[in-house]
Design a protein around this ligand. Structure first.
Ligand code: PLP
Length: 407
């Protein structure tokens, strides 16, 4: 008889997006004429930059002749891309990294999910709440979450609420935890930590031998000076932090798939004996065993982002989305809504008016304004009372949506 990993049976249905789709479909069936605007999606809409496409075309041609054909590449990524990452994404911030501390991958979703492979089942995990659901679900699969409680929380996971009341700044855990997932700029709230706020986390992690899993998938959207682009801008962070980055939202790679993870050699975990072990060789072993590298063509495309022209094109894309974010934020605020985020992230987190829940306000916007959003409670218990709007649409649709909401 074959036994399954019964942790999978503990996972509830991925209710959020299927429930949204169900409600939208039901509304469309009744009102086929309605022009629905989708502001719930977390996917980009602009095409890949021209320089990226050209680089990929060139790489495709290389695959066509024996002299330049590429088979398996290095599992960790080609050095032509890793060198660019180190120079442009880190050296520019004053952070030094070695080539073998950067691991190119096929997505921050994969890596934030897979990192659990190198962590003991006995770790106590903490997450900010609301949260990118991958952090929780992969820990359920890994047997670290315990039981799902009626309040929507898992019994063995420590939740760090981020709400308007605490300015979306998670408090340091009061109980003992081993691993903390931090995502800044944050999905779904669009809020950030300043350097001094992040320093408190790094200091805490050093003092308590805690590992910080820092998801910086949205760092390219940062506009404010005091917001760190990398956790390694904070002194000592290399000892306690693994950083995840992605080209998905930055450069339109959601369908193309390329990301990277930084695992500094200084970053340590511990054996039960108390002996310290560098995380870097563990992740290297995990990747070389279970992953055969991001395609050459895709890595050549990612490399092109670091050319002068590529940088400009990427910045134009980000400016486009952030202009949408500004329109959403200012329109809603002028109409008297309480909103957060949208300054350093393409997400706007709206506090629903009194008397509504996340879902009832979602329904109101759908049925009265024909706008699809994402109910905040779908990201965790502390998301109740909020909805998320995204800035990934077109400018015309964004303006139209705001006119509808504020009229
Ligand atoms: N991390 C966060 C916080 C995200 O919001 C997302 C995507 O929405 C990802 C990671 C996944 O990124 P990727 O496309 O690189 O897998």
């Amino acid at each position: 008889m074959v036994y399954i990993n019964d942790n999978f049976t503990r996972l509830p249905e991925t209710y959020l997006f299927s429930e949204i789709a169900k409600r939208v479909q039901a509304f469309k069936n009744e009102h086929p004429e309605a022009q629905i605007i989708r502001m719930g999606i977390g996917d980009v809409t602009l095409p890949l930059p021209k320089t990226v496409i050209e680089a990929m075309h060139k790489a495709v041609d290389e695959m066509a002749t024996g002299a330049t054909f590429k088979g398996y590449g290095p599992e960790q990524g080609y050095s032509f891309l890793i060198d660019k990452i180190i120079e442009h994404d880190y050296k520019a911030l004053g952070v030094e990294l070695a080539t073998n501390e950067v691991f190119v991958s096929d997505g921050a979703k994969s890596d934030t999910g897979n990192i659990g492979d190198i962590l003991s089942k006995d770790n106590i995990i903490a997450v900010t709440d609301p949260v990118y659901p991958v952090y929780i679900d992969t820990n359920v699969m890994g047997g670290r979450a315990g039981e799902l409680l009626t309040n929507g929380k898992w019994s063995n996971i420590v939740y760090l609420p981020c709400t308007a009341e605490n300015g979306f700044i998670p408090s340091l855990p009061t109980e003992k935890v081993s691993v903390v997932y931090l995502c800044f700029p944050n999905n779904p709230t669009g809020t950030t930590l300043t350097k001094s706020q992040l320093k408190e986390w790094v200091d805490y992690a050093i003092a308590n031998k805690v590992l910080l899993l820092f998801d910086a998938a949205y760092e390219a959207f940062i506009t404010e000076k005091d917001v760190p682009h990398s956790i390694y801008e904070i002194e000592g962070a290399k000892q306690v932090a693994i950083e995840f980055r992605s080209y998905s939202k930055t450069a339109g790679f959601t369908g193309t798939r390329c990301s990277y993870t930084v695992v500094p050699k200084e970053c340590k975990g511990y054996l039960k004996t108390g002996e310290s072990v560098s995380m870097n060789p563990l992740w290297n072993r995990r990747q070389t065993t279970k992953f055969n590298g991001t395609p050459y063509i895709i890595q050549r495309g990612a490399e092109a982002i670091y050319t002068e022209e590529g940088k400009k094109e990427v910045q134009d894309m980000i400016n486009h989305y952030m202009e949408n974010a500004r329109i959403i934020r200012t329109s809603l605020q002028q109409a008297g809504y309480e909103t957060y985020g949208g300054i350093n992230a393409p997400y706007i987190w709206l506090k629903v008016p009194k008397g509504y829940t996340s879902w009832s306000f979602f329904d109101k916007l759908l049925t009265e304004k024909h706008i699809v959003t994402t109910p905040g409670v779908g990201f965790g218990p502390s998301g109740e009372g909020y909805i998320r709007l995204t800035a990934f649409g077109s400018k015309t649709q964004t303006i139209e949506a705001m006119t509808r909401i504020t009229s």
